[in-house]
Design a protein around this ligand. Structure first.
Ligand code: NAP
Length: 332
């Protein structure tokens, strides 16, 4: 657990500090002085432990809680339903109840895998979910539990997260590219790779804005029906209505296109000596334990209307990640 007492602004708690998003929020907090961040890792707080959560929140009064902790092993979730449900479905409801009782705002992160991927356009917040796999079902239950317990909770769905830390597609591609001259990568799943640094920035801005009262909101107003289909809490009119928002990287790309750009940038930076051949294949030629949606595109219009333009270009995030690794002995 770490605490930065030299700053001012809202106090923001972050669970899951050692994950991709948690580490990216730590990097942001080291640069940005507009909030006081307090981070906690799994060994100091298991988010499924209600009593421990209550104790920790009581010991750290704050304005907002960002839940960056999750069970993210997509292909293991079906075999470990209790673990996936405890972290992804039950804990968000628990956190929302605890936050509501303390007047704190919960910002919880969810996934594109709540959708079945059959839409022919980018998914909007109001589109019906229909998860294809156990992980997606557990995350959808978590969204519903959080909003049921705290209608002012903010759910941010994102997709294809990568960073300089942890396991992710960029690291996997560079490892495989170092071992093989020829790779086969799926080209019929389309989405927005999201640099965790950009996701951290979006959550930070949301957290700051969620602390501001809405100038337009009259005192004692009724809960407003927001375009995202959820109601803002009536007690504390905020400029960020509770509900679901989408945030993902741009432009849209397939896993195959993403892999090509990873190798092109890595070659240019001298991280790899040669380009491997990257063959485009359909998903059916790469059987995975759990199905994935073909269309993972998330429409981010709603969030940008609320916050203004957001940094979302994953190619810039990729450059940051590769330069970080270039400054070290290697990505592994
Ligand atoms: N990764 C993606 O491609 C992706 C895509 C869409 C949405 N998302 C969502 O984005 C969010 C951030 O993902 P990420 O990639 O940063 O995940 P990540 O790197 O897997 O990090 C998750 C963190 O949660 C911690 N954690 C797991 N169970 C916990 C528990 N019971 N109590 C406390 N901490 C626990 C893990 O601890 P340990 O380090 O000890 O395991 C880990 O540090 C998640 O909500 C995820 O569902 C991710």
């Amino acid at each position: 657990m770490s605490r930065d007492i030299a700053r001012s602004g809202p106090q923001i708690l972050v669970t899951g500090m050692d994950g991709q998003l948690g580490r990216s929020l730590q990097a942001l907090a080291a640069q940005d002085l507009s909030a006081v961040y307090i981070f906690v890792k799994r060994t100091d707080l298991d988010i499924t432990d209600a009593a421990a959560l209550e104790r920790w929140l009581d010991a750290h009064p704050a304005d907002a809680l960002i839940n960056a902790a999750a069970y993210t092993a997509v292909d293991r979730a079906a075999a470990e339903p209790d673990a996936a449900l405890a972290v992804n479905a039950h804990a968000p409801g628990l956190m929302a109840r605890c936050c509501a009782a303390r007047g704190m705002r919960l910002l919880h992160v969810s996934t594109d895998y709540v959708f079945d991927g059959t839409s022919d356009r980018a998914y909007r917040e109001t589109d019906a979910p229909g998860p294809l796999n156990s992980y997606g079902r557990s995350k959808l239950l978590g969204e519903q539990a959080a909003l049921a317990a705290a209608p002012d909770a903010i759910i941010v769905r994102t997709s294809w997260v990568f960073s300089a830390w942890g396991s992710n597609f960029v690291r996997t591609m560079l490892r495989l590219g170092a071992q093989h001259d020829h790779l086969r990568v799926i080209d019929d799943q389309i989405g927005g790779p999201t640099w965790a640094g950009h996701l951290a920035q979006a959550l930070h801005r949301l957290a700051l804005k969620s602390q501001a009262s809405s100038a337009a909101a009259p005192a004692l107003c009724q809960p407003a029906l927001h375009p995202n289909g959820n109601r803002a809490a009536s007690a504390a009119p905020s400029s960020v209505p509770g509900g679901v928002y989408h945030f993902a990287g741009a432009p849209w790309v397939s896993w195959h296109g993403f892999a090509q750009e990873i190798f092109a940038q890595a070659l240019e930076l001298g991280l790899i000596p040669r380009l491997p051949a990257v063959e485009a294949i359909p998903s059916r030629d790469w059987p995975s334990p759990e199905p994935r949606p073909a269309n993972s595109r998330l429409d981010c219009t709603q969030l940008e209307a609320l916050l203004g333009p957001l940094e979302r270009d994953w190619r810039i995030g990729l450059d940051q990640v590769l330069r970080t690794w270039n400054a070290r002995p290697g990505p592994a």
